[in-house]
Design a protein around this ligand. Structure first.
Ligand code: TYD
Length: 209
């Protein structure tokens, strides 16, 4: 999606795959190169989204899988319409933690809803908007668990899921990347952060032209 000359980059990967570190490094580099960067995330990249984020991550007790999928889609609809599109139209770089691939991987592969239906739902919510580049930080669930355990903060609803859930999420992501190789850059998240950052910068340089 490149209407106003802006560039839209999303970061994907399991919990503990290092998205925040890479997002920080990339934002710093882009700003150093003189680009205006809008950093945002799903769920919770807008005011309405913050309310939805609180429900999906912190509600005590079950949320029916389809309700969970719709909550993420509602967050997405509002976020794309009020934050992402306007920034792209201003010609800015949108650097976003998670987008619709998270829904297909977590609500589709993870919760065993139909992945194509989840993707269609998200595309409807976002009026078909797709990023210019999606960086997938790929990590085994076992390695991710070690990182999350050492981070010393309480797990949210999805982080608390068992390893087989996270294994399905990972397979879901890899399937998405294989289906759209031109949009995805898949990197080994077990590599050193500066090595990963350099690989991302190379691809973003090509994208910025
Ligand atoms: P995240 O913001 O990465 O959490 P944290 O603040 O702990 O880094 O993501 C929140 C959780 O929401 C994460 O476990 C993945 C999940 N998620 C979905 O299940 N579906 C979605 O569509 C999105 C965007 C996130």
């Amino acid at each position: 999606m490149n209407s106003g000359g802006g560039v839209w980059i999303t970061l994907e990967g399991g919990d503990g795959s290092g998205k925040t570190t890479q997002s920080n490094l990339l934002a710093e580099w882009l700003e150093g190169a003189g680009r205006t960067v809008v950093r945002t995330r799903e769920p919770g990249g807008s005011e309405v989204g913050q309310l939805i984020r609180d429900i999906v991550l912190h509600h005590r007790g079950d949320i029916a899988p389809r309700a969970e999928a719709l909550l993420y889609a509602a967050d997405r609809a509002h976020h794309v319409s009020t934050v992402v599109r306007p920034a792209l139209e201003r010609g800015e770089v949108v650097l976003q933690d998670r987008y619709l691939d998270s829904s297909v991987a977590y609500q589709g592969a993870g919760r065993v809803l139909d992945g194509d239906e989840i993707r269609d739902l998200s595309l409807w919510a976002a009026e078909g908007a797709l990023p210019d580049l999606t960086v997938l930080l790929d990590l085994s669930p076992e390695a991710a668990r070690v990182r999350l355990d050492s981070a010393d903060k309480p797990f949210d609803r999805l982080e608390a899921e068992k390893n087989d859930f996270h294994a399905r999420v990972r397979d879901g992501y890899l399937g998405l990347a294989a289906a759209e190789p031109e949009r995805f850059l898949v990197l080994d998240a077990a590599a050193a952060p500066d090595v990963i950052a350099a690989q991302i910068r190379e691809r973003v340089t090509a994208l910025l032209g």
